[in-house]
Ligand binder design. Sequence first.
Ligand code: FMN
Length: 158
Amino acid sequence: MLKTRRAVRAYKREPVPENIIEDIVDCGRLAATAVNIQPWEFVVVTDPDALHRIAKATDYGGFIADAPACVVVICRDTKYYLEDGSAATESILLAARAHGLGSCWVAGDKKPYAAEICRLVGAPPGYKLISLIPIGYPAESPEKAKRPLSDVLHWQKY
Ligand SMILES: Cc1cc2nc3c(=O)[nH]c(=O)nc-3n(C[C@H](O)[C@H](O)[C@H](O)COP(=O)(O)O)c2cc1C
């Protein structure tokens, strides 16, 4: 299952039950985090107008508008906020896959629209946007070429 995760950017209209979204976010909550600080908050957006506004603010996240839900991962500005928030994001992607759902990591930190998204979801001052994660039942099964294990795995030394 872990190996079959792929970025899915087209979703069926069918809503995702709340208890499934809660379980997916719960997996983010339990991600590895430096010194167990857990600087994250997860804002789940399902309101279609809000989803449109979020999608419109991004550069490569227009498809968020057509997702039944989007998890917005924000973090307090701690030393390892980006690593922590990224660990939580990956756990959410994998949990979505385990539930038979499609999702896609949409940036995030470093994007000029980060402050606008934080404002749209009511993040407290000083919070950082880590990722936007649209989630829905997949309407596509994308394939991606991946570097082979023999290229990237190095025993003892590079
Ligand atoms: C930090 C980060 C930012 C990303 N931002 C976007 C984005 O803004 N829009 C998008 O469509 N995909 C985004 N992606 C998804 C990547 O394009 C995708 O993971 C990559 O093409 C590999 O495909 P795969 O996830 O199917 O293996 C992002 C992924 C990461 C890790």
